[in-house]
Design a protein around this ligand. Structure first.
Ligand SMILES: *Cc1c(COP(=O)(O)O)cnc(C)c1O
Length: 308
């Protein structure tokens, strides 16, 4: 099994939920390295790597980063060197950090203020050694990451035809904003109607939403119509209790979904998003709702163990 062999992820029908009808797109079941949106993005980054014969990868992220775990795993599968720059401030041991070590990634931990320069020095040192490093932004941010979720949007449209349903709302956890931007770009390019609601897991408005808007503008280029992208970008920042911090309501949400549906959510991303969606739906009835499960299963186990 490799990262290239991922198929469309299934959409499961979870039945009636809070006076609406709920489905879930299981990006967490992408069949490589515990899946998730970082696996979908990584597929496209590794296509670039193959196209231009890069021979090692440099990226960055915290000790709990799903992105770094997926990238390190794909590098280990290929026997390719992987260099991860990690901020000291978020370097506690987690299942993801343990796996990054297992995959043989070289992890350099520095204060967050030195991350940028450390990356530049690492890239320069590798080039001086005659290597051809490929750099991936943290979280798989950038137009390639956005493209991955434009493709996901098209996949959802195909699945709607098969299922005979139109989703009125999409909900998901929004972090660096690339997943969010890709879905909005997908909608704009397709010219169809529905509400796309990103639940912020860390950033506050207006900055959080501005980052999503910048990603949309960057991807669409000349095709961006400012009034349209403003109207279509809904970014909810009411559930940003702090990145990875425990919130008893998030824990209750995680427990309820696991007991009722047998589906793991985590405290940093999907648990917050699911809770945010539930509150958002308070005054909404009879709509078809799609929750996009963006992965992070190793974080579910960190939560279970009470570390985060
Ligand atoms: C990274 C991540 C997100 C956020 O995705 P962005 O594209 O960075 O906004 C959501 N859920 C999980 C599980 C993630 O790992």
């Amino acid at each position: 099994m490799s990262i290239e062999s991922a198929q469309p992820t299934i959409i499961v029908d979870l039945g009636k939920y809070k006076d609406n009808y709920l489905w879930m797109k299981r990006e967490d079941l992408i069949p490589f390295s515990f899946g998730g949106n970082k696996a979908r993005k990584a597929q496209l980054f590794f296509k670039e790597i193959d196209k231009s014969n890069y021979d090692c990868v440099v990226t960055y992220g915290s000790g709990s980063s799903n992105h770094c775990r997926v990238v390190a795993n794909e590098c280990s599968r290929r026997g390719m060197e992987c260099y991860i720059i990690s901020p000291q401030e978020a370097s506690e041991q987690t299942f993801n950090s343990q796996m990054m070590e297992l995959f043989g990634a070289e992890i350099t931990t520095v204060p967050v203020s030195e991350v940028h320069d450390t990356i530049e020095r690492k890239l320069a040192a590798l080039r001086a050694d005659g290597k051809k490093p490929y750099f991936i932004e943290g979280g798989g941010h950038g137009n390639i990451g956005t493209e991955a979720y434009v493709q996901c949007y098209r996949e959802i449209q195909e699945q709607e035809k098969e299922l005979g349903v139109h989703f009125d709302y999409l909900f998901f956890a929004s972090g660096t904003g690339t997943t969010h931007a890709g879905l909005v770009c997908g909608q704009i390019l397709a010219g169809d109607e529905r509400k796309i609601v990103g639940i912020s897991i860390a950033r506050k408005n207006p900055r959080g939403r501005d980052v999503v808007l910048d990603s949309i503008r960057s991807y669409l280029g000349d095709r961006a119509v400012e009034t349209e992208i403003q109207a279509k970008t809904i970014f909810i920042d009411d559930y940003t209790s702090g990145y990875g911090k425990q919130d008893y309501r998030v824990q209750e949400t995680i427990d309820a979904v696991l007991k009722r549906n047998g589906i793991p959510l985590d405290a940093t991303y999907t648990g917050k998003a699911f809770m945010g969606m539930t509150e958002y739906l308070t005054d909404i009835i009879e709509k078809n709702i799609l929750f996009i499960h963006t992965g992070g299963t190793p974080l579910f186990f960190d939560t279970l163990r009470g570390r985060r």
